[in-house]
Design a protein around this ligand. Sequence first.
Ligand SMILES: NC(=O)C1=CN([C@@H]2O[C@H](COP(=O)(O)OP(=O)(O)OC[C@H]3O[C@@H](n4cnc5c(N)ncnc54)[C@H](O)[C@@H]3O)[C@@H](O)[C@H]2O)C=CC1
Ligand SMILES: O=C(O)CCC(=O)C(=O)O
Length: 387
Amino acid sequence: MYKVNCLNPIANVGLDLFDNQYETVKELNQADAVLVRSAAMHDLELPETLKAIARAGAGVNNIPLEECAKKGIVVFNTPGANANGVKELVIAGLMLAARDVVGGINWVQTVKEDENVAKLVEKQKSQFAGTEIQGKKLGVIGLGAIGVLVANAANRLGMQVYGCDPYISVDAAWNLSRDITHVKNIEDIYRECDYITVHVPLLDNTKGMINKDTIALMKNGVVVLNFARDLLVNDNDIEEALQSGKVKKYVTDFPNAKTAGMAGVIALPHLGASTEESEDNCAVMAVKEIRDYLENGNIKNSVNYPACDAGVCTSVSRITVNHRNIPNMITQFTGVLSEENINISNMINKSKGEFAYTVFDIEVTATKEIVEKIEAIQGVLKVRIIK
Ligand SMILES: NC(=O)C1=CN([C@@H]2O[C@H](COP(=O)(O)OP(=O)(O)OC[C@H]3O[C@@H](n4cnc5c(N)ncnc54)[C@H](O)[C@@H]3O)[C@@H](O)[C@H]2O)C=CC1
Ligand SMILES: O=C(O)CCC(=O)C(=O)O
């Protein structure tokens, strides 16, 4: 029986895909797999039993990826599964910044008991007037699953869209409308655009990318939207820019102690992926990834181990090895098997950065002794008998 621990609520449509080989457990201790959304995992003690973590979502900055890889724990995410939910909220964010919708709604509440409310509305509405987004320039930084959808949707709404992503994938490039201007130098986005929206992961080299230097390049009265992660934007610098009017509005899905009450900030409570559809899509993808890994040893959409598809095992046994990507590993593994006179019917070896993964299908039943011999090889991080 596999034990699965959910660190956040996960949609039932996903959990229902676990069959009677699985039980959900309240404790992380003894779990084979973890399902998580935004819960912070950096300070958690990860048990020896843990083999897989699936992030029902895109951003994995809440998970200690390197530490997991060193323990042979494969971390998955669900690319694209919540992108449409985020895209729709970004479009709402553009509207909320262009027109004082929030101010207007709040003001109506202050006069709702007045019997002349209809007249007051006509008299006072001009204080909430705004601009249209049609014809304005939108810069999209990061053209992944979300950025591409945002760029295409804004283009269809009549915006002039500029996109920048030095590492754009072939799929994303194919999906991007040909009307989007591909910008090679990010500074052109900062200089040209009326609205700038950021859709990159939080990494060492993206942290604080919106700061006093990049803001200085921007147009006066620019709107900055952040539906990615709060630390991408330097809070002190954006505060100064809002105060001076350099930045007109800062729309963020990640309010913190500094920005939640800041003048000029439109703050949403991390709602980008909080739709039934996104939650369902993420849960289904995450559960399928975990099942395929635990039951077949296959890796799809991992962020710390290579992709590996060995299909369903049709040999007598399958052994999987998570290991360091260093020389001489395969020779040592096959050495163990040949000592036991075991024939390998299928073998796959894949690597990603410092880590690698090897699958052996063999023609006899795998034993604990074989596992122990492979475990003893320096650089081996986890060994499993799948079948
Ligand atoms: N508000 C919310 O609820 C949600 C927020 N997110 C956040 O949005 C981020 C993006 O999500 P997806 O589009 O699904 O991820 P993705 O992985 O499909 O796209 C990220 C893109 O950013 C690009 N990139 C990386 N560094 C860059 C740089 N320095 N300059 C320009 N582009 C760069 C990558 O090449 C990639 O194409 C996630 O990492 C997460 O932090 C994701 C989902 C929901
Ligand atoms: O699960 C959530 O609501 C957060 C989604 C998110 O931020 C992500 O997928 O990166």
